[in-house]
Design a protein around this ligand. Structure first.
Ligand code: AMP
Ligand code: GLY
Length: 445
């Protein structure tokens, strides 16, 4: 992996030799490790459980064989190994209350407490919260049983398409877009009767379908102050032209031109500030990363969803575009000094293309041998982030649906896209699949 594409050396802070623990195993966590390890303040980066890519990083970075949901073991590891700061990458530990646990043990941690993480872990909570605080989002109804939901679906007043969502965490797969009554009934049967998402589908939100283009905005916040990353756009569907099933995300780019400075101002005024203010007023100030998933229609932003973490694959484009020292910002977010630190961006574009296992997001076979071309390391402004990879006896093999997220920077979006696809050609394994149109929407604006 190449060094951070930077044209300036960051000032070294007075506090050095920090040990950081990162929790999660995806390309987002590989990118977090990479960004944290750039900092001269950091002595050691531990990632639990990490992946094949973080295992191969070497230097300051080391994998720790603990699951992201093994909260007590993670806390013990942090205490025993002098971890100064923990960064929670994925949502499950947040839903389980990892931040509450670490804070009770006086271990600094970046993330929201369990009650605040409900912005992601309960769609019913987040919709009701937005309604209480006048935050723009799609109109909705909440259902707790199949009978009532079916009566709503069958009512002549119900307008299609409709969006039907399991309230709980479903790894991005709990959303059904119903074009008519039949689709809607099938979704309700799957959620309430077949219980395909278990308890996560005990409550169901049915909401109005929003038109427009999606974008993701990320804030790092200490509960009051916040700093914004460059806006990004994800590609959630498996197929080119946004067709086929929803996935965790097949690629992303930033900055997304759909989020003009006027749109960003509206997002701050109508969404970010009222969200932080509302959470504080309700008694659970929101700290850590706030992910606002938006639909932008004629310049007007609406919240599609909140997440209590950074996005994957968006992190793989927004972190490489951060010019300032990431570790300094993370530390400031737990110290409550976010307004005192630099938070500057490169004036470049970034694109990331996800390489997935054939069959994803449905069934796929792991354990395929991966070949990386020798000249990969020499490619300029290129970052190969691993997701579902494992290192078995020195051989890199596939170990998940999304296998890599390959990022390139460029002076323009078009250059970053071309470079990212240049990296894709250097990586091969049996059944490898990627979309061929990542970033294309950003070029036509
Ligand atoms: P969510 O998990 O809530 O982000 O939903 C997953 C995806 O479903 C989103 O990224 C959108 O592409 C789509 N979606 C969710 N809610 C809506 C909505 N109200 N209108 C249109 N599309 C939506
Ligand atoms: N990129 C979608 C997510 O992280 O939820």
């Amino acid at each position: 992996m190449s060094d951070k594409p930077d044209d300036e050396i960051q000032p070294v802070s007075t506090v050095n030799a920090m040990n950081v623990l990162i929790i999660g195993s995806g390309a987002r966590e590989h990118a977090l490790c990479w960004a944290v390890a750039q900092s001269e303040r950091v002595q050691g980066v531990f990632v639990a459980p990490g992946n094949g890519g973080t295992a191969l990083m070497g230097g300051k970075v080391r994998n720790v064989p603990l699951k992201a949901t093994a909260l007590d073991d993670l806390l013990r590891f942090a205490v025993d190994n002098g971890i100064d700061l923990t960064v929670v990458g994925s949502e499950s530990p947040l839903e389980l209350g990892i931040v509450d646990l670490f804070r009770d043990a006086q271990k600094p941690v970046v993330g929201p407490v369990q009650a605040a993480a409900r912005l992601e872990s309960s769609k019913v909570f987040s919709k009701e919260f937005m309604q209480r605080h006048g935050i723009p989002t799609a109109g909705y109804h909440v259902f707790r049983d199949a009978h009532t939901a079916k009566s709503f679906i069958g009512s002549p007043e119900t307008i299609y398409p409709l969006v039907i969502k399991a309230s709980g965490l479903c790894a991005g797969k709990g959303v059904f877009i119903a074009s008519g009554k039949e689709d809607a009934l099938m979704a309700i049967r799957e959620l309430f009767e077949d219980r395909i998402f278990g308890d996560a589908g005990n409550e169901v939100v049915i909401e109005e379908f929003l038109q427009g283009q999606e974008a993701s905005v990320f804030a790092l916040t200490d509960g009051v102050r916040y700093r914004l990353f460059l806006p990004a756009q994800d590609h959630k569907r498996i197929g080119d032209g946004d067709t086929g099933k929803n996935t965790g995300g097949m690629g992303a780019y930033a900055p997304a031109p759909i989020v003009t400075s006027e749109v960003m101002q509206r997002v701050e005024e109508r969404i970010i500030r009222p969200t932080l203010k509302g959470m504080a007023e309700e008694g659970y100030p929101y700290t850590g990363f706030l992910y606002v998933g938006l639909m932008i229609d004629g310049g007007e932003p609406f919240v599609v969803e909140y997440n209590a973490r950074l996005g994957d694959p968006e992190t793989q484009v927004v972190l490489p575009l951060l010019k300032s020292d990431f570790m300094t910002a993370l530390q400031a977010s737990v110290d409550g000094t976010l307004d005192e630190v630099p938070f500057e961006m490169h004036r470049k574009s970034a694109a990331t293309v996800v390489i997935a296992s054939g069959g994803y997001p449905d069934h796929y076979e792991p354990g395929k041998r991966i070949t990386l071309s020798d000249d990969l390391a020499e490619m300029e402004d290129c970052l190969v982030f691993h997701a579902g990879t494992a290192c078995e006896g020195g051989q890199l093999v596939t170990a998940g649906g999304r296998v890599f997220s390959v990022t390139a920077l460029g002076e323009t979006l078009s250059e970053s896209i071309d470079r990212a696809y240049g990296i894709v050609e250097k990586i091969s394994f049996d059944g490898a699949y990627h979309r061929t149109d990542i970033g294309a929407k950003g070029l036509v604006l």
